[in-house]
Design a protein around this ligand. Structure first.
Ligand SMILES: [Zn+2]
Length: 140
């Protein structure tokens, strides 16, 4: 993983600027799509800069759900086309898991991916730093 080429950025309309750690810990536990501004409570879209490319930064929950859906056919794309079809999910996957293969392995290992609650329990097998972020987000 060449993590150093990635840069996270999010600024709320109230002017609040998120740090990278805040972005990782502020995903709304409702759908894990947006981050919540600690200043005004607004939902904010986080961005992932990859060189000259800027994509929406997706949470690990969203990444794993999407990959699961590609495996079950609910999303009709070949996972090898992810970088073309969904660059946001592709680069977020690399950010969180290092590679698409690694994320696929995590999904395959779990037979308990039917609900978000169970997906959160899957996250317990993920790196401690990431788990801490997710659990902190879940308990809000
Ligand atoms: Zn705000």
């Amino acid at each position: 993983m060449r993590r150093e080429q990635y840069f996270l950025h999010a600024t709320c309309s109230c002017g609040y600027r998120f740090s990278e750690t805040e972005i990782l810990t502020s995903f709304s536990p409702k759908y894990y799509l947006y981050i919540t501004c600690p200043g005004c409570g607004a939902e904010v879209t986080p961005w992932l800069h990859v060189g000259d490319l800027i994509v929406v930064f997706r949470s690990p929950v969203v990444v794993l759900c999407y990959i699961k859906h590609t495996m079950t056919g609910r999303v009709p794309i070949d996972i090898s086309d992810l970088s073309v079809e969904r660059p946001d999910l592709f680069h977020s996957t690399l950010f969180h898991f290092g590679s698409v293969d690694e994320a696929c392995e995590l999904v395959k290992k779990s037979l308990l991916l039917n609900t978000r609650t169970r997906l959160v329990s899957l996250l317990r097998v993920l790196p401690a730093r990431l788990v801490a972020h997710i659990m902190a987000t879940s308990e809000r």
